[in-house]
Design a protein around this ligand. Structure first.
Ligand code: SF4
Length: 290
């Protein structure tokens, strides 16, 4: 497997506003997400723990799914949410905020982007760190193994530039994040639909609070792979640990949201919004071979 990622970041942003034929691949099938995020990276429980250990308690958000037809579900805030028994199913991904990005040689514009994307280089700020999520590190390995179209091919179709240079699947791709074996590892069960009253409504309106996000992170940390029971003691200790602590990501996100509503899309704002608060720098791409 070999990919050309220079100037792309197609798997880190919602580039549907740039696409002549926007993909809705995350919303096909009989359990579309309740949120409207595009390219939400599924995190493993180990990823979640690593982020919390590194002080990035505020970078994650949940995804839950709508149940269509007879699919097992529980109804919360008027939404039929996919569930096992009375317990809603969820995964955790990385938050997005509006950032001024110019992928595929386009002029910068405000697009929904992963909190870790450096808008000036279109590189990941945590690429070389221990917290780099497994899904990002192996992308698009799972797609190649499962014969599913990766984002690289969608970008190629839209822009005409080849991105997936070698599509031989790597030999060491871990199990897919959303398979039958994922319970307690990448897909979690919330113990109480009642506790999610009003939360699901906020999630569907893209208005989750920091407390809402902390609740899902603590529940995920209180489960173990293959054992979706929530350990109450671990849940309480995780909630206490998450506390009100925030990394540079939260204040930067607030600045990005404010700027997106009243400023022109200037990637250089990242120096003030992110790097001045401690965000890791990126190096930029070597000279483009084209
Ligand atoms: S963590 Fe990095 S590679 Fe993964 S989606 Fe975010 S910016 Fe992209």
């Amino acid at each position: 497997m070999e990919v050309d990622c220079a100037g792309c970041a197609g798997c880190c942003i919602d580039w549907r506003p740039l696409a002549a034929d926007p993909s809705e691949h995350e919303r096909r099938g009989d359990q579309p997400p309740l949120d409207n995020r595009y390219n939400l990276v599924p995190l493993t429980r180990d990823d979640v723990k690593a982020f919390v250990d590194a002080g990035y308690t505020d970078v994650m958000r949940p995804r839950l799914w709508r149940a269509a037809g007879e699919r097992p579900h529980v109804t919360i805030d008027g939404f039929d949410v996919v569930a096992i028994g009375e317990r809603p199913l969820f995964m955790l991904g990385l938050r997005h905020v509006p950032k001024p990005v110019g992928p595929f040689d386009a002029d910068p514009r405000w697009l929904s982007a992963c909190v870790f994307l450096d808008p000036t280089t279109l590189q990941c700020r945590i690429h070389d760190e221990a917290i780099y999520p497994r899904t990002c590190a192996t992308y698009p390995g799972h797609h190649l193994v499962l014969d599913r179209e990766p984002e690289c091919v969608r970008v190629e179709r839209e822009t005409g530039r080849q991105r997936l240079l070698d599509e031989t699947p790597p030999a060491d791709v871990p199990p897919p994040p959303l398979g039958a074996q994922s319970l307690g590892a990448t897909v979690f069960l919330h113990p109480s639909a009642d506790r999610l009253a009003a939360v699901i409504d906020r999630l569907a309106r893209d208005e989750l609070t920091a407390d809402d996000r902390r609740e899902f992170v603590a529940v995920a940390l209180a489960q173990s792979p293959g054992m979706p029971a929530v350990n109450e003691e671990r849940y309480r200790s995780a909630l206490a640990r998450l506390g009100d602590a925030t990394s540079w990501v939260s204040p930067a996100g607030a600045d990005w949201r404010a700027a997106a509503s009243n400023r022109s899309p200037e990637p250089g704002l990242a120096a003030t919004f992110e790097e001045a608060r401690g965000a890791p720098h990126t190096q930029g791409w070597p000279d483009d071979p084209e």
